[in-house]
Design a binder for this molecule. Structure first.
Ligand SMILES: NC(=O)c1ccc[n+]([C@@H]2O[C@H](COP(=O)([O-])OP(=O)(O)OC[C@H]3O[C@@H](n4cnc5c(N)ncnc54)[C@H](OP(=O)(O)O)[C@@H]3O)[C@@H](O)[C@H]2O)c1
Length: 331
């Protein structure tokens, strides 16, 4: 009888500990997000603290549109000079001009196509020369045109996704970490995605590249934290950018699908305060709720959501197409 009581007690203790650790992991990130959001209102120097903490220059990849563009503006607002990297020179010039007209910071532009892998990173390094990069934001990313089966994704698109999402982030970190290590300060922000939390049917390759970013960032943090380097990884849920142009319905959700500007405002506020963040309070709530479900349920839900997006896209682009009928059947 006494033995039975001890086993029951031990089982209850293990259960309570598991619940406590689960809530700590999920609520801690939510509490830190609230702190990061409120801090600028109560600590006046908070807005400019980034330049002091990490240094005066940031480099943002994929910075002429969406999250990267908005993130660059938020950094510039805090007095940080920006190196903008994207493919289109005209758009780079316009973005740089707009930043310099609104904030008293310097900008530099570099046209590079990260689908070219190492060649693009060489271009960036050559253009940067001796300029010290203190905050590296690996934001550039590519998704398929719309959710689809792996066998329907063209080989070239698969190669581009891997080069851009995995190759660029990895090689850019390697290129700029050594300088940060010597200066014993700096920050790396790797933009992952909420799709890293579980495999995602119909955007399988994209989600797998983001799981890589999660793993890579955590290991990098362990290696370089002793040298005073912050490695943050962001896990946005849906943000209203051209990456999600395949769905008109998605953009109608104004609570959870935030604008890039709203997203960047909160995401930048978490830099230096949170190692991992969904980047926005609304996405923090979504992530918390999502993680309550076991992985297999999440895969099932993700598969169905992506199938609905696929169907919506195909019925808009090619009404009555075979793929559209297939999508309807699977649903
Ligand atoms: N939007 C979302 O819902 C969402 C959710 C989770 C995670 N994310 C992640 O957030 C990041 C930004 O996404 P986003 O939605 O803001 O993207 P976006 O709106 O499509 O913007 C992409 C930016 O990257 C540049 N770019 C595209 N291909 C490039 C290449 N090969 N080489 C260099 N630059 C390139 C584009 O400019 P040019 O075309 O002029 O080169 C543009 O400035 C990505 O890593 C994405 O995976 C997005």
């Amino acid at each position: 009888m006494a033995d039975c009581c001890i086993y029951t007690f031990l089982l209850a203790a293990v259960g309570l500990l598991a619940i406590f650790l689960f809530l700590l992991e999920n609520l801690w990130s939510l509490l830190q997000a609230v702190r990061a959001i409120l801090a600028p209102y109560f600590i006046p120097n908070e807005e400019t603290a980034l330049a002091k903490k990490f240094g005066p220059w940031a480099l943002v990849t994929g910075s002429t549109d969406g999250i990267g563009r908005a993130y660059s503006f938020e950094l510039a607002k805090r007095g940080i000079n920006i190196v903008l990297v994207s493919r289109n020179e005209e758009r780079l010039k316009n973005t740089a001009k707009e930043i310099e007209s609104r904030f008293s910071v310097k900008t530099k532009i570099i046209a590079a196509d990260f689908s070219l892998g190492r060649k693009a990173v060489e271009v960036v390094k050559e253009e940067i020369g001796k300029l010290e990069i203190d905050i590296l934001v690996n934001n550039v990313g590519k998704m398929y045109e719309y959710p689809t089966f792996v066998t329907e994704v063209p080989e070239q698109v698969i190669e581009d996704i891997i080069n851009i999402n995995v190759g660029a982030a990895t090689l850019m970190c390697r290129s700029f970490l050594e300088g940060m290590k010597q200066r014993r300060r700096g920050a790396i922000v790797n933009v992952s995605s909420g799709s890293e939390h579980q495999p995602m049917p119909f955007i399988a390759i994209y989600a797998a590249t983001k799981a890589y970013i999660k793993s890579f960032s955590a290991a990098l943090r362990y290696e370089y934290q002793p040298y005073g380097i912050t490695v943050q990884h962001l896990m946005p849920m849906y943000v209203d950018t051209k990456m999600n142009a395949y769905s008109e319905k998605m953009a109608k959700d104004k609570i959870f699908v935030v604008s890039p500007e709203q997203y960047a405002k909160y995401a930048v506020a978490t830099l230096g305060k949170m190692d991992e963040s969904s980047g926005h309070w609304a996405h923090g709530i979504q992530t918390f709720l999502l993680k309550l479900a076991p992985t297999w349920i999440r895969i099932y839900i993700a598969g169905n959501i992506n199938l609905a997006f696929r169907k919506e896209y195909l019925s808009r682009i090619k009404p009555g197409s075979k793929s559209c009928e297939e999508a309807a059947k699977i649903q």
